[in-house]
Design a protein around this ligand. Structure first.
Ligand code: EPU
Length: 418
């Protein structure tokens, strides 16, 4: 049977906990190593299932990957050995599509399985493909695979129809080896995009405007190796802060990036938590009972869709009625039904959820459906009366580094059962 988490709820969390490096910055940084024959050394790659999947994918493409004695991850792709990201990997992790841009730009050929749907929605990659076509690639869809070819990509002006995070990252990486200048309009402004830009600059590209909606990239014929430290994970940080808020606890994060957390911190304050920021430390003192609040997810710097499930768990026990609008993904409320099994009163209708706060959750067996949904069930379990058993925690392990160990260090009664 896959591992489960067993949680005895009711203990307020207290103490200090360090924030891990960001999953969604580590994955593009690892893939950027495909752009050069020299080594890319990443200082603080988190130990996550999605990182292991990315390492497997890169190894198949010819990467030598070593763990340095100082803990850094060294990726070197002296020669590209294969051009293919197989369905078996892409279907377990959509972010595998991040090899498309760099492979095509470096070798002129890439074959990547179409990701198709996933638990949280349809999630097409049409914007990635349209952008690469603008850079001069020939794209064909053959037997479920994207087949991309180009002699040398050429810089272009690309305006995406919507804001896409990995789309922006794929196009930035491709443009970094293209001839001439690329202008990305309507670019994603997420901190993970800015972090990738920083790495590309260290590798020799010129990238300006990352963090705004217009990014200019001047390509180079070749890029070199670099050493890079990945930004802290704003979603792990937010999840730990909700753990403090929902248990009426007092938790301080260390090594956080508060400037990436503004929307989450503002919402926690609206729910009655007391937030104190001091450098890279963020303290959250939870209220006796959270207040209701409305949430609308939107691209950065708006409220992140990747925090929607966790905040729903908090609002489930708030005093009053809250409304949550999910504007990024069409099917990201699967945790609502599981929270209802714990006594919540949540009704969803399309992209809206109405949450009527209840006094308390009751422990129950629940099932994780995706990464952030599993985090929301763990959070509800921490606050619940009685025992909660969260099954399918492999979803959680994709994106949280030993979450139960961190929560346990803060006083949570939580254990993993094989
Ligand atoms: N979209 C398209 N066409 C495209 C690309 C996107 O229609 O070509 C749509 C998507 O279907 C979605 C919206 O645009 O409705 C935004 O999707 P986006 O491309 O921004 O998502 P992503 O790049 O696939 C990243 C994160 C997600 C996070 C989203 C939104 C990584 C590896 N993944 O996904 O993280 O939810 O941005 O912020 O960076 C997670 O960590 O749990 C997670 C799902």
């Amino acid at each position: 049977m896959p591992a489960r988490l067993v949680i005895e709820g009711g203990a307020p969390l207290r103490g200090e906990v360090p924030v891990s490096a960001a999953k969604n910055a580590a994955l593009p940084a690892l893939c950027a190593a495909l752009l050069t024959s020299e080594a890319v050394v990443l200082d603080n790659v988190p130990d996550l299932a999605d990182v292991a999947t990315t390492r497997r994918l890169l190894a198949r493409l010819g990467a030598e990957i070593a763990d340095d004695p100082d803990g850094a991850t060294r990726v070197r792709v002296a020669n590209v050995a294969s051009h293919e990201a197989a369905y078996e990997l892409v279907s377990t992790m959509r972010a595998s599509v991040l090899v498309l841009g760099p492979l095509l730009a470096r070798t002129g050929v890439a074959r990547v399985a179409l990701p198709g749907g996933c638990a949280i929605g349809v999630r097409p990659i049409d914007q990635h493909l349209k952008g690469l076509q603008k850079l001069g690639a020939d794209i064909a869809i053959q037997s479920g695979y994207v087949e991309a070819r180009a002699s040398r990509l050429k810089g272009a002006r690309i305006t995406t129809d919507l804001v896409t995070v990995t789309g922006t990252e794929n196009l930035m990486m491709a443009a970094a080896l293209a001839e001439g200048t690329t202008m990305l309009e309507n670019a994603a402004r997420e901190p993970e995009v800015v972090d990738l830009a920083r790495l590309l600059v260290a590798m020799g590209a010129r990238v300006e405007g990352a963090g705004t909606e217009r990014i200019e990239i001047e390509g180079r014929p070749e890029l070199g190796g670099a050493r890079h430290r990945i930004i802290p994970d704003r979603i792990e940080a937010g999840t730990l802060l909700v753990a403090s808020a929902i248990t009426g606890g007092d938790v301080t994060l260390t090594g956080a990036a508060p400037r990436h957390l503004t929307a989450t911190l503002a919402k926690l304050e609206e729910c009655g938590a007391a937030i104190t920021v001091d450098g890279d430390r963020v303290r959250c003192q939870g209220p006796a009972r959270p207040s209701a609040a409305d949430v609308i997810t939107s691209p950065f710097p708006g409220f992140p869709t990747d925090m929607q499930a966790q905040v729903m768990a908090l609002l489930g026990v708030a005093d009053g009625l809250s409304k949550i609008s999910e504007t990024i993904f069409e099917n990201r409320f699967m945790h609502a039904a599981e929270l209802n099994r714990m006594g919540a009163r949540i009704e969803t209708d399309g992209s809206t959820a109405v949450v009527r706060g209840v006094d308390a959750y009751q422990g129950a067996p629940v099932m994780a459906t995706d990464l952030r949904a599993s985090a929301s069930l763990v959070l509800a379990g921490l606050a619940a009366r009685g025992t909660t058993e969260v099954s399918r925690v492999y979803h959680l392990d994709r994106g949280y580094e030993r979450l139960e160990v961190k929560l346990g260090a803060l006083g949570a009664r939580i254990r993993r059962v094989a």
